[in-house]
Design a protein around this ligand. Structure first.
Ligand code: ADP
Ligand code: MG
Length: 269
């Protein structure tokens, strides 16, 4: 019996790339906060160097999938490997930008301090912030167009500015896998452009970007891979072959009009 037949035997999709090559591989992931699972039996194999959009309706389990990948919520069952190993071993290679709504912005911290948190591994628990660290943090702020705000309190910034700062913190981490939860939610057009440019430059450097994305009209323009989810996995793969009207219908059911779905799928080519 071949490896693939063996996998099929256990109910997994047959054409699954080996997890060892994937920046993020999820197998049989089920997470439940109560009686009903928030994600059920999810398999995902994120392609190295890809930009992947996680797409699905509200409450589909998109944030839960990312949190489980990060070990923030414990799964009922399933495994997550990061670059072929357990997360604990590879944690330093993973950066996370949480959904903005989930952060308490009232804590007193300057912008520069938030970005320096991205360097905590380098700084160590009691590490002193040196000029070189400060320079790195300022470089990261400049990459998101926020240099002028370095000394401001984070709570005084607009939503879009806060989002840029959190991206700068993730950049400071020099990770190989970037996980972002709705990075464009509630930001203005200029910030959206700034963020997508930074994400594309990460991809150009060979890093892998996975983002929960709620705007179906920009999936094709921004991403090369898509993962469609509605508690269960609907489909995953290159945008051209996966972001189809049939798959969107599957993920959203009646929540999108058919005209809307046709239009989006046409845009995907
Ligand atoms: P999405 O990000 O796709 O909108 P979530 O992963 O946030 O979806 O949530 C999936 C489901 O799990 C939803 O029904 C949500 O209400 C529920 N849920 C999410 N977080 C919690 C939590 N901490 N406690 C209880 N239920 C939760
Ligand atoms: Mg969410």
């Amino acid at each position: 019996m071949t490896h693939l037949e063996l996998a099929a035997d256990h109910g997994h999709p047959v054409a699954q790339a080996p997890a060892a090559d994937s920046p993020l591989a999820i197998r049989g992931l089920t997470v439940s906060y109560g009686e009903k699972p928030a994600v059920f039996s999810i398999d995902a194999t994120i392609a190295p160097g890809s930009m992947t959009a996680i797409v699905g309706p509200n409450g589909a389990g998109k944030s839960t999938m990312l949190k489980a990948a990060l070990g923030v919520v414990s799964p009922l069952s399933g495994t997550v490997t990061v670059f072929g190993q357990p997360l604990d071993i590879q944690r330093a290679r993973v950066a996370y930008v949480p959904q903005r709504a989930s952060i308490d912005w009232d804590f007193p911290a300057r912008v520069i301090d938030v970005v320096l948190m991205g360097l905590s591994r380098e700084l160590g628990l009691l590490g002193r912030v040196r000029d070189s660290h400060r320079k790195t943090a300022l470089d990261c702020l400049s990459r998101v167009g926020m240099t002028d705000f370095a000394e401001r309190q984070i709570g005084q910034l607009s939503g879009g500015q806060q989002q840029r700062v959190f991206l700068a913190r993730a950049l400071a981490q020099e990770a190989d896998l970037y996980l972002l939860d709705e990075p464009f939610a509630g930001v203005d057009a200029a910030t959206e452009k700034a963020i997508i440019d930074v994400l594309k430059s990460l991809k150009d450097q060979g890093r892998t970007v996975v983002a929960v994305h709620h705007d179906l009209s920009t999936v094709t323009e921004y991403f090369d891979h898509v993962f469609l989810i509605n508690v269960r996995k609907v489909a995953e793969g290159p945008v051209e072959t996966t972001f189809t009207s049939a798959n969107l219908q599957d993920a959203y059911g009646g929540r999108l009009g058919t005209g809307q779905i046709e239009e989006l799928a046409l845009a995907a080519g």
